[in-house]
Every structure is written in C-alpha cells, then in structure tokens.
Design a protein around this ligand. Structure first.
Ligand SMILES: [Zn+2]
Length: 89
C-alpha cells in the first residue's frame, strides 16, 4: 500500500467491530500503538487521511512528499532516514 506501513494488515475484532490495523514501518514509531487502527464502518477517505497523518508524524513531511511525487528514494524503509537527514544538513 504505502512504504510507510507494513504489507500485512492485521484484521482485529474490537468490541464487536471489525477493524484493520496498519503497522507502522518505522523501527521506532512515535505513536503509542505503533500503527493506525481503522474501523471498517468509517469511510475510506478518513482511513487514507489517517494513514497520511501518521506517516507525516513519523517520517516527516519531506519524506511523504517525496513518496507522493513518485521518486524512488523511499523504496526501502531504512533509506528514508538517511535521505531525510542528508537534506537537513
Ligand atoms: Zn508510526
């Protein structure tokens, strides 16, 4: 889906509601749960917004913008940090 999240989306039943859990691909996620949980009854639009919001929070605006533009800098999750750090110098 996005390079910011792992491919294996976990399906969880939480209080009777089906939810999908997207695991953050950072080694050290900045959120408490380590990913984004989304309930199936919510619109896809909010899911995408939540995923991007989380990606920007964990990886930074710069890395997300590079991905949106389709540049190959973020094909490996580990490369994000080195390329991002390089730009700040
Ligand atoms: Zn994260």
């Amino acid at each position: 889906m996005y390079p910011f999240f792992k491919d294996d989306v976990a399906i969880q039943i939480h209080k009777g509601c089906v939810s999908h859990f997207f695991t953050c691909s950072t080694l050290k996620c900045k959120s408490d749960v380590g990913g984004v949980r989304c309930y199936q009854d919510k619109a896809n639009k909010s899911l995408t917004a939540n995923l991007w919001h989380h990606a920007i929070h964990c990886f930074g605006n710069e890395a997300v913008n590079v991905t949106v533009k389709g540049e190959p800098a973020v094909s490996q999750s580990g490369n994000i940090f080195s390329s991002f750090a390089h730009q700040e110098q």
